[in-house]
Structures are given as C-alpha cells and as structure tokens.
Design a protein. Structure first.
Length: 88
C-alpha cells in the first residue's frame, strides 16, 4: 500500500488536472456558455474536499481496505468528470 501522503498528492493532482482542463476549454471557447464548466469545477472541488476528509480519517478498523476503496472511488469520480469535460 502506498502511503497516505502519496494518496493525498494523487487526489490533488487528478482533480487539479481536471479543473485545469476546464479552464483551458473556457479559454479556447470564449463564445460558449461557461456554466457547465463551472459546474464541473464545483463538483471537482466538492469531491476534493470529500476525498481529503476520507484520507484524513484516523480511527480505521481496516486501513488497507479503506484506502483501496478510496482510490477506487477517486478513479471512478475522475473518469466521470473527464467524460463531462469531454462533452463540453
């Protein structure tokens, strides 16, 4: 199992890259409505907060299972957000 610090970095990088992709799309398409892009950014920030709270949990019965589930949830959420960015 990778350590908690690496997991937090992964959360930050993955969701940060998605937000950056939305900002790039907005710069490349100034004539289009940005509300859908802002919604994706808001969802990414909310997800970030939730994932970080889960990563910082202290009292865990099975830490390996908890962090494995957290990584799987991060991957699923990232894939969902990337699909939304691609549909812009």
């Amino acid at each position: 199992m990778a350590n908690k610090r690496d997991l937090k970095k992964d959360i930050n990088y993955v969701l940060g890259d998605i937000i950056e992709a939305v900002y790039l799309w907005e710069l490349e398409n100034p004539e289009k409505d940005n509300k859908s892009g802002e919604a994706i950014i808001d969802e990414a920030i909310t997800s970030f907060d939730g994932f970080m709270a889960r990563a910082n949990e202290r009292k865990l019965e099975n830490a390996n299972k908890h962090f494995k589930t957290l990584r799987e949830d991060l991957e699923a959420k990232a894939n969902d957000l990337v699909k939304k960015v691609n549909s812009l």
